[in-house]
Design a protein around this ligand. Sequence first.
Ligand SMILES: NC(=O)c1ccc[n+]([C@@H]2O[C@H](COP(=O)([O-])OP(=O)(O)OC[C@H]3O[C@@H](n4cnc5c(N)ncnc54)[C@H](O)[C@@H]3O)[C@@H](O)[C@H]2O)c1
Length: 336
Amino acid sequence: MMNKKKSLQIGLIGLGRMGRTHLRHLISQVKGVNVAAVADLVCRKEDFNNEFGEIPFFNDAQKILENPRIDVVVITTPTSTHKPLVEKAIHYRKHIFCEKPLDLSLEVTEELLNKAASAGVKLMLGFNRRFDPDFMQAQQSVAAGKIGRIQIIKITNRDPTIPSIEFIKTSGGMFMDFSIHDLDMARFIMNKKIVEIYAKGLVFMDKSVEEAGDIDTALITLTFEDGSYAVIDNSRKAVYGYDQRLEIFGDEGMILVDNNLYHQNILYDKNGIHKALPLNNFMARFERSYLKEMQLFTEAIQSGLPLPVSHEDIMAATTLAYAAQKSLQSGMPVKL
Ligand SMILES: NC(=O)c1ccc[n+]([C@@H]2O[C@H](COP(=O)([O-])OP(=O)(O)OC[C@H]3O[C@@H](n4cnc5c(N)ncnc54)[C@H](O)[C@@H]3O)[C@@H](O)[C@H]2O)c1
C-alpha cells in the first residue's frame, strides 16, 4: 500500500480514448503523482515511448498489477475487462480508479465493491460529469437553496454521431453505457431519494443499432421522494454536435447550463443571429471534468478522505440503469 510521504505511484491500464485523456493529465497536470507504468494490449512500446516519453510500458497488464511500487491503478479498458482487472487489483491491494460502468451486471458490481471494501482498497468510478465546472456550480447553487425547492430537472445528453456497431454490441446498451452519466447527475444535483423510474426508447435513426440489440433514442423520467421529477433525454446522434444541457427549475428561480461552444462570438446580420456549434465530442466538452475528477481522486487517496464518488453512488446509478432497461422492456414504470 502507499507511503504517504512519496508521490502516489500510478499504473494505467488501457491506452484508448479515455486512457490517453487520463494519462495526459496524470503526466502533466495532476500534482503529487508519478506515472510508474502504462499497459495496453495492442499499442507498440516504440509508439508509446515516442508519444509519451520514457515511461515503462508493457502489453501485459499483469506487469502493473504485480508491481509492489504501484499504489493506484487507473483502469481505462473496455467495460468487459473491468471485472478481471479490478479483481486482480484488489488481490494486489492497489487502490482503483475505473472507468464507468464497473460491470454490466448489478450483482457483479456489488460483489466488486464489497470485495474492495473488505480488502481496504479504495475504488472510484469515472462519473466525470459531477466534476464539470458548470455542473458543479449548478449543484452548489441548488445545495445553497438559491432557486428554492426544485420541481423539475431536465438533462439533455445527445451524442454527435452513432458509435460503431462493434462498440454498441459490447457497451451494455444505451442506459448502462450512456444514460448512466445522467442518472448519476440527477442524483448528484437533487440529492434526494428516487422512488420511481420510467424509461421509453426506440431506434429512430439506424436499424443496425436495433440489430445490435440497442436503442438510439431514449426518454427517462425519475420521480423523487418529494414528488419532484427529472427528465432525461438521450440520443445517439445530434447533427449539430455533442449536446449537453441542464435545466433546473425551482420555486425561486431556474438554473440553465447551456452547451459549451467552439467560441463565444455572436454574429448578427440581416439573416439572423449566428453562434458557433457545440464542442463536438466528449473529450473536448468534458476535458476539465476529467482533470478535476483525477485531481480529486488522487487527493482523496493521499489524504485518506472519502472519495468524491462513493460506493453508494456507484450502486445507485447502476441500479437505475438496470431498472431503466426493465422499464423499457415491460413498458411500465419501475418502483425502487
Ligand atoms: N467517462 C466517460 O465519459 C467515458 C467516455 C468514453 C468511454 N468511457 C469508458 O471507458 C472505458 C474505455 O473506453 P474507451 O472508449 O477509452 O475504449 P478504447 O477502445 O478507446 O480503448 C481501450 C483500450 O484498452 C486496451 N485494452 C483492452 N483490454 C486490455 C487489457 N486486458 N489490458 C491492457 N489493455 C487493454 C485496448 O487495446 C485499447 O487501447 C469503457 O469502460 C467506457 O465505457 C467513459
